[in-house]
Ligand binder design. Sequence first.
Ligand code: IMP
Length: 206
Amino acid sequence: MARAYAEPKLIVASHNKGKLVEIADLLSRFAVETVGADALGLPEPEETGDTFIANAELKALAAATKAGLPALSDDSGLAVDALDGAPGIYSARWAETANGRDFDFAMHKIEMALHQKGDVPRTARFICALTLAWPDGHVESFEGKVEGTLVWPMRGKNGFGYDPIFLPLGGDMTFGEMEPAAKHAMSHRADAFTQLVDACFVGQGG
Ligand code: IMP
């Protein structure tokens, strides 16, 4: 049985503005005050894990033990079937340039890699691991996903990261074209979040 969440204040252990906004939105129906890791001056630990869950756990634990408050972290990314699951846990790293992260560059890189493979399926999924960690070292982790295909060229200016090339299964708008509420209703983060709420926020709000 998962540990129930019962504290009034929660750290969102992420330095990614897009994720912070989405997580605050998902948590808005609960009586929980959220504070970002940046606002507390918490350092961003190195992501040395080799799975989404391992990285989510190390980020949430680092924040919770340092700040003495429970922390929620997200480790997520895009896995492309024809690229053997890449960029996967390296989704942020694929966007690194000499001038910081550039997701236009990362999306071009994916398109080039697919082009080099020739006539291959363009199926992909977003995966999200969410970890809730307590200062005593206890963790609860959940993994969600959303299936789709990759379009080219990019479409839409909403969302963040790889949203403009991701067309969810059965849809006709990319995550970059969808209204935030529509994306949040079906995303990998929403899937993981529903699992977390069912396990740890039983009987609270919403
Ligand atoms: P990390 O979890 O901080 O290592 O970063 C994961 C990267 O995956 C993000 O920087 C985004 O580029 C990408 N990513 C994760 N979730 C989404 C999403 O909902 N939309 C678009 N890109 C995402």
